[in-house]
Design a protein around this ligand. Structure first.
Ligand code: MTE
Length: 335
């Protein structure tokens, strides 16, 4: 599979992670395991953080390696510190300010949880909370997340390919697109109850991919980051990560995945179609109507607002793996 055969142009984990952390984690990876979620039952996402790197071995991760190509423009490719990944968030259900999701989501209940995969398929299924971390072999993947707001982070995700999940339900020939929905629960998600706090979005948050994008091996269902289950502000218990697209495609806290025949409506496209397209592929040559997409502020270990501006790469640096999906398409028109 493409993602397991890094090319010489790919960065190695040792090149992006501070060395002491890297060596430490290599040892941990050898005995890497996962204690069944049932043994650590708690209701809220924060109380339920399972640290995969320190538990008894049950599920082996596959080897880790960076999946994006070397970025000649960047002078700092280290992992974005966990403290920033978990405090600088976009999760409008918990407030439209960057710090609000971490502040307002800590009692969010993720167990019990149900994720239904249905629509144009022969074997629809519903997964429960434990299934999310036990049904598929988990992998660690370090991806760059590029937000449409022109900032980026390097994040070590844990998860499995969406393709593995979709194959389980046997999509039929009418399955042309995949439609995702976030939980709708205004009692738990204050931004859904208060229009101002929630940024004026019509909830639930919804997203979509074309079926071939969804089946691409890079497309990840993430259940963790930095060796632990996802914190609520990052989309617990399960979210999408599509590394070659702007971050708003990477929908959080998913309860429904539906195979459909028509291109689905998506949240940001509904709000402002001229600013946010269905495709949303990272494209330095197609500016947002109100700002340039040619470069980005890469968030690293400096102060949260320290400037580390790097040039943005087409498809966020994953062009070799995904450019073929858009052959012949005018990417300025299909932005
Ligand atoms: N999913 C939901 N349900 N609600 C949101 O507001 N924000 C999106 C995406 N997924 C969002 C969402 C945006 S704009 C970005 S950039 C990423 O989540 C941010 O992910 P992070 O907070 O883990 O960095």
């Amino acid at each position: 599979m493409l993602i397991k055969t890094p090319k010489s142009s790919d960065l190695k984990e040792s090149e992006v992670t501070p060395e002491n952390v890297y060596l430490n984690r290599r040892d941990l990876l050898k005995s890497l395991g996962f204690l069944g979620a049932g043994a650590l039952l708690a209701n809220s996402a924060s109380a339920n953080a399972i640290d995969w790197f320190s538990q008894e071995e049950k599920v082996k991760f596959k080897t880790t390696s960076l999946k994006y190509q070397a970025d000649a423009n960047s002078n700092n490719l280290s992992l974005t510190p966990e403290s920033k990944v978990t405090t600088h968030n976009n999760f409008y259900e918990f407030g439209a300010q960057k710090q609000q999701p971490a502040e307002l989501s800590q009692s969010f209940k993720v167990n019990p949880w149900q994720l239904t995969i249905s629509g144009e398929c022969d074997k629809p299924i519903t997964l429960d909370y434990d299934d999310l971390t036990t049904m598929f072999a988990l992998e660690e993947r370090i991806y760059r997340l590029r937000c449409v707001e022109a900032w980026s982070m390097n994040i070590p995700w844990i998860g499995f390919s969406l393709a593995d999940l979709l194959k389980k339900v046997s999509p039929n020939s009418s399955a042309k697109y995949v439609f995702f929905e976030t939980l709708h629960d205004p009692v738990q998600m204050p931004g859904q109850a208060n229009r101002r706090l929630g940024g004026g979005i019509a909830y639930p948050y919804v997203e979509g991919l074309r079926i071939d994008e969804a089946m691409n091996p890079l497309t990840l269902m993430s259940v963790g980051l930095y060796g632990k289950t996802l914190p609520p502000q990052n989309g617990a218990p399960i979210r999408l990560v599509v590394p070659w697209k702007y971050g708003f495609k990477s929908i959080k806290s998913i309860v429904s995945i539906k195979l459909v025949s028509e291109q689905p409506q998506t949240t940001w496209h509904k709000l402002a179609a001229n600013e946010y397209g269905f495709y949303a592929n990272v494209n330095p040559e197609h500016d947002h109507p109100r700002w340039s997409q040619a470069s980005e502020r890469h968030i690293t270990s400096g102060g949260l607002f320290s400037r580390n501006r790097i040039n943005t790469l087409p498809f966020n640096g994953y062009g070799e793996q995904v450019a073929h999906l858009y052959k012949g398409m005018d990417l300025r028109k299909y932005y």
